[in-house]
Design a protein around this ligand. Structure first.
Ligand SMILES: Cc1ncc(COP(=O)(O)O)c(C=O)c1O
Length: 425
């Protein structure tokens, strides 16, 4: 599916030299070679302004919230500013943004609150394509008598089987939990269509946008989803999670909370003291993306428009990289790609590629690449249902190459050379 607002992607340009200059860690060397960070799906690198924001908070504003003195007031102000930034990122209202430790913790917490409204026999629809963090927090509700159903994949291209989804949706379905994009094979799911189908039977929709967030702009209003969650450390920010929740749900559902904590949203969902310095870093990460957008498209008057422009440029750049990567990998003897390979369908995938080479263990390939300064991932990346379904879990899983906007064509060519060398051993 195409992302709202991204239809001008072929025109967009990305100033890669400027981008790379913002990320000091990209200068890392391994055995005399520059490091190629192709491990973005496990966490991206961080631009200087994020580091400065974290340091500046600790130097100038370090305090708890709601105190009657300067640094506490600064803390409140900083959190409000970051909430406003994330509201632009999600395209929602400020008080519909909830911060939390990470996506997994947020989802476990929300699933328990949603369970308070469910009855035995109610159904939840999950998918085989999802990361386990959008599976296990719902699967545990079987203990309350909730029935879990699971949407299968189309094995040949690792997309969701939408017929199976339609077949399993019914008027007992109370929630559909689905990923925006697969962290394992890069498939972008038609989440707007799925939301429409789910709402037609009265089910809530919980979207895991962790993997999608570095690759495309998010518009919760256009999607009309009930919840959407992501992790700033996957889009150039610090290690935290952030949730969008539709106001009516954040107000109605009952969180597990302490009594003195206010009933106001979003505070009632943010239990305990937050990691303020990292919230400062999230704000700076959003500002970094907006700055990228303004550079790419001189006419982006608002932060929201700048964010959309940034992703237009990102999509165009990443599309070029993944096209070359898939083309180059396909001619290496013994390589099998898992996911969409048809260039005409690249709008249905992001720049994350999983593969196997013959019977080689993915850890052996990742180690070989790592020694050459090329950072990839191997295993199941917690997309356990998928690696089991594909029959590769017992074989060590897959090798994953994750390209983000700071990666270059030179890095792709270097990777292809190393994979050719490995395959010919
Ligand atoms: C698609 C997806 N969902 C969820 C998660 C879990 O996110 P967190 O580490 O913030 O709990 C990840 C982490 O890799 C992921 O890739």
């Amino acid at each position: 599916m195409s992302t709202p607002g991204l239809d001008r992607s072929s025109e967009a340009t990305l100033d890669i030299a400027w981008v790379r200059a913002q990320f000091p860690s990209l200068q890392t060397q391994v055995n005399g070679q520059p490091a190629a960070f192709l491990d973005g799906p496990a966490g991206t690198q961080v631009p200087t302004q994020v580091m400065h924001a974290i340091q500046s908070y600790l130097m100038n504003a370090n305090a708890n919230t709601c105190g009657a003195f300067l640094t506490s007031r600064r803390t409140n102000e900083m959190i409000a500013n970051t909430r406003a930034a994330m509201a632009d990122f999600f395209h929602c209202e400020h008080d519909e943004v909830v911060f939390g430790q990470n996506m997994t913790t947020i989802t476990f917490s929300l699933s328990r609150s949603i369970a308070r409204e469910l009855n035995a026999g109610d159904e939840i629809l999950l998918t085989t394509l999802d990361h386990d963090a959008n599976f296990s927090p719902w699967k545990v509700l079987e203990e309350e008598g909730v029935v879990i159903r699971q949407v299968d994949i189309c094995e040949e291209d690792c997309t969701l089987d939408l017929d199976d989804l339609k077949h399993k949706l019914n008027n007992k379905t109370k929630l559909v939990a689905v990923g925006y994009a697969s962290n394992a094979v890069g498939t972008i799911n038609p989440v707007a269509e799925i939301t429409g189908l789910a709402h037609a039977v009265g089910a809530l929709v919980y979207i895991d946008a962790v993997h999608y967030a570095p690759h495309g702009s998010i518009d919760v209003q256009a999607l009309d989803c009930d919840f959407l969650v992501c992790s700033p450390y996957k889009f150039f920010g610090p290690h935290m999670g952030a949730l969008y929740g539709k106001r009516e749900h954040l107000e109605r559902l009952r969180p597990y909370k302490v009594r003195p904590c206010t009933e106001q949203i979003p505070d009632r969902w943010e239990s305990g003291t937050q990691v303020h310095e990292l919230i400062a870093g999230i704000g700076a990460a959003v500002e970094y993306i907006a700055a990228l957008g303004r550079r790419s498209d001189g006419v982006a008057p608002t932060r929201r428009e700048a964010l959309v422009a940034a992703y237009r440029a990102t999509v165009a750049h990443e599309r070029r990289l993944i096209s070359r990567l898939i083309e180059g990998v396909q001619v290496i003897p013994g390589v099998r790609i898992y996911g969409i390979t048809d260039p005409n369908r690249f709008s249905e995938r992001c720049s994350t590629l999983s593969l196997r080479i013959g019977n080689h263990h993915p850890t052996a390939i990742a180690t070989f690449l790592g020694e050459r300064g090329i950072f990839t991932w191997d295993g199941n990346y917690y997309a356990l249902n998928l690696t089991e379904r594909l029959g590769v879990e017992s074989l060590g899983g897959l090798l994953r190459v994750g390209l983000v906007h700071y990666n270059t064509m030179e890095e792709v060519e270097r990777l292809l050379g190393a994979l050719r060398e490995f395959a010919s051993k």
